[in-house]
Design a protein around this ligand. Structure first.
Ligand code: ZN
Ligand code: ZN
Length: 402
């Protein structure tokens, strides 16, 4: 028995007036998801807890069965793992942008989305002297983004961002969020890195002649890396994650999955779902557990575009068709959170969930949407319960008691 877990990022929604009071799942034509719902068991899921809007990172950790309260201190380490950086226990990782500053004011948070790669070397060579024994590691990622890792003893993720997340403001000084030496040392190192970055970027030959110069860095999402028991160790599963975005492959790697990017994947609104389907079918042959991450619905939600979301859900439904002939496979389809178009951000609404495969007790629900599945046999579960249910349906659970 194998498991295919498909997560449609942010696909859950609320009634949309553009859809005559229906949610995108209700409005979309989804014959394949509906067929899974009629064959399977359905329900609603509070991914973290009722009413709490999850981030994608904490949500995925919970769905894989890892309590974010234990394993999550910030997004940085997951982005770094996704970028292929090998982390050590206690490393502090931050997400960074190269940015454009004029007279001390940020005029472009992304330096015109220019590539950070040409600036990686000068940033890498920065030495931290204000705190002892701290080594910065820099890795350029996609476009203007990079990750900064602070490696050393006595560091803490409890520091504020230098990124004000807005243009027209100055770069902020990182501050300790806790009254501890570790937090103070970390904030000091971040501020020294930020100041030295400005001096090494100023007059960088790659900036010559460009209007939006990469002359500053913005840092955010500090988190400390805590190694986790792998899915192999915990559940006895050979697991692989299929995702385009670094954050999602980063969370998958953190729990010991291998990762694959389908050819032609965009991670955007226009996705190559055929390639995702092919990659998933191929990956299932050599794995017990395959996780597929689809980003599109979340983007449509953040854009406040219900019609786009409907279209994407229908495209995902066509991808699901390719999985309908799988035998001895538990198919699980859900979302990491809702991203209602009316809110243009994540919400704490529970997400719809369906599980279909051998051994599953079907309920009476025959269509897949937030309202129909609320009458399903799973009722309302929380995110951390998903993996135990999957493991039990795969007949891999251990008895509690005699
Ligand atoms: Zn998400
Ligand atoms: Zn989102």
């Amino acid at each position: 028995m194998k498991c295919l877990l498909i997560i449609a990022d942010g696909a859950g929604d609320r009634p949309c007036k553009e859809l005559k009071g229906r949610t995108p799942f209700q409005a979309a034509k989804t014959p394949n998801l509906d067929s899974l719902a009629s064959r399977g068991i359905t329900g609603l899921m509070d991914v973290i807890s009722p009413g709490l809007p999850p981030g994608s990172d904490t949500a995925h950790l919970a769905l894989f069965g890892y309590d974010p309260k234990i394993y999550y201190s910030g997004r940085g380490p997951f982005e770094a793992l996704g970028a292929g950086v090998k982390l050590k226990e206690g490393d502090i990782a931050l997400r960074g942008n190269i940015a454009t500053v004029k007279n001390g004011i940020i005029i472009d948070r992304r330096a015109g989305r220019r590539d950070s790669k040409p600036f990686e070397k000068v940033l890498k060579n920065i030495k931290i002297t204000s705190v002892r024994g701290v080594k910065p590691i820099v890795r350029a990622t996609v476009e203007h983004r990079f990750v900064l890792i602070l490696r050393g003893k006595e560091l803490s993720p409890n520091v504020t961002d230098t990124d004000p997340h807005k243009t027209g403001k100055s770069i902020l000084a990182s501050k300790p969020l806790k009254d501890s030496d570790a937090a103070r040392r970390t904030a000091l190192a971040i501020n020294e890195f930020t100041n030295k970055a400005m001096s090494v970027l100023k007059g960088h030959p790659k900036n010559k002649g460009s209007r939006l110069k990469a002359n500053a860095v913005l840092l955010r999402g500090a988190g400390s890396f805590l190694p986790m028991p792998s899915m192999r160790k915990r559940y006895g599963l050979r697991a692989t994650g299929i995702a385009k975005g670094a954050l999602y492959s980063g969370v998958a790697r953190a729990v010991g999955m291998k990762t694959v990017i389908p050819t032609g994947a965009t991670g955007g609104i226009n996705e190559n779902y055929a390639s995702f389907a092919r990659t998933a079918l191929k990956t299932l042959k050599k794995n017990d557990f395959v996780f597929v991450h689809i980003k599109g619905p979340d983007i449509a939600g953040h854009d406040g575009n219900p019609l786009e979301k409907v279209k994407i859900i229908e495209e995902i439904d066509s991808m699901i068709k390719e999985f309908m002939r799988l035998r001895n496979t538990l198919i699980v389809f859900t979302c990491d959170h809702s991203t209602p178009c009316s809110r243009m951000d994540h919400s704490g609404d529970p997400v719809p969930l369906v599980m279909a495969g051998p051994g599953v007790r079907p309920d009476d629900v025959v269509s897949f949407d937030e309202v129909s599945v609320s009458r399903g046999g799973l009722n309302r579960i929380n995110g951390l319960s998903l993996m135990p249910i999957i493991i039990d349906l795969m007949d891999k659970s251990k008895k509690y008691g005699a």
